[in-house]
Each structure stands twice: as C-alpha cells, then as structure tokens.
Design a protein around this ligand. Sequence first.
Ligand SMILES: C[S@@+](CC[C@H](N)C(=O)[O-])C[C@H]1O[C@@H](n2cnc3c(N)ncnc32)[C@H](O)[C@@H]1O
Length: 201
Amino acid sequence: MTNKNHWENVYETKNPDQVSWTQKKPQTSLDFINSFGLKKDAKIIDIGGGDSHLVDFLLHEGYENITVLDISEKALEKAKERLGEKAEKVQWIVTDITEFEPTETYHIWHDRAAFHFLITPEQISKYVEITEKAVSKFMVLGTFSKDGPTKCSGLEITQYDEESMTKKFETSFETIHCITEDHTTPFDTVQNFVFCSFKKK
Ligand SMILES: C[S@@+](CC[C@H](N)C(=O)[O-])C[C@H]1O[C@@H](n2cnc3c(N)ncnc32)[C@H](O)[C@@H]1O
C-alpha cells in the first residue's frame, strides 16, 4: 500500500475517536501560534492538518489566511464538511509534503505529527529544504518524543528531542522554545510529544 493509500484508507474507515492523534482542542499548538504575536492576517499553514480542529479554532480566533495541507483528500473533505461555509475562507492543498512546491511563503508553519512520518534521510532533507523556502518567520513542530511511541497509525516514525530537532533545522532556523507533553489518546493511552518553536534566521 502506498503512503497516500494508507492515509486515504484511514480517513475513509475511521472516525476521530478511533485514531490516536485526535484532540478536542489543540491548545499547545494554539499557544505556540499565539506566542509569535503576529496579526490576524498572518499567513499560517498547517502541514498534515488532516481533519484536526486547529483550523476551526484559528478561524474562531480571527485568523484570516489559513492553509491546510494533507496527503489525504478524504481528510480535507471531512474538515471542509465540518466547517461548512467557513471552509471557503481556507486554502486546501492535497499533496505529499515531500512533493510540495510552494508558490508563496508563510509567516507560520505548523506541523503536529506529520513530520515524524518521514524516516529516510532523503525525505527529511527534502522537508527541511521546503521549510527553508516556504517559511518567512516562524515554525512549530510537534512529533513523538524519544519517550514516545515508535509507531503511529501502524507506520514507523522518527522520534525527536530538543537537541535532534534543533540540529535538523539549524541551518536556517533558530530554536525558540521546546516542551514535552503527554497526549492522552481517545483510548486513554498516553503518548509523549516534543514541540519546538523556531524563528527563521
Ligand atoms: C497523525 S495525523 C495528525 C493530524 C493532525 N496534524 C493532528 O494533529 O490531528 C498525521 C497526518 O499527516 C498526514 N500525512 C502523513 N504523511 C504525509 C505526507 N507525506 N504529506 C502530507 N501529509 C501527510 C496524514 O494524512 C494525517 O492527516
């Protein structure tokens, strides 16, 4: 099964309370995004946003320029359906992140639990290269930590900590702040995440 087929199948067959990553409110992501102190017209992109409610909360807070990117068309369809008319205020991009060819730059790049699926040095370098082109100001990345699971959605992932995440992006980004956090899944298991924020050099 290709990676795209895997994700289309996940979103075709499972609802939010059947997948580990679901959050009622992505508070940590919202706190990091607001910590950058940008105006509501800041351009924000959520990488691997899936059908996460981050976009709903950002719209509710008044952010006007939001893009959600995901490899799964079905995931974005579900998010659009949920948002109804509000979906028209959002840009939606279906692509594998490693093949993303950005046509604009973003003030804030957010990624929770998508970057960690990249496991080969080539995929990871490609992601770093794309962020170097596409991010103009800030980035926030959340992945499983070195105390977290080794797989997500049945797929191998790469675990990070503050040091390894900083090292990956150090050519073009300065790390601002990292935290670790326990996420409680809908099945009451716990997954340790690391989140880091970065400033473009
Ligand atoms: C674990 S889920 C996290 C979803 C969301 N960010 C959240 O926090 O709820 C991973 C998401 O990344 C997407 N994804 C996985 N690999 C991807 C890739 N190579 N390019 C773009 N999106 C990808 C999946 O379709 C899925 O929506």
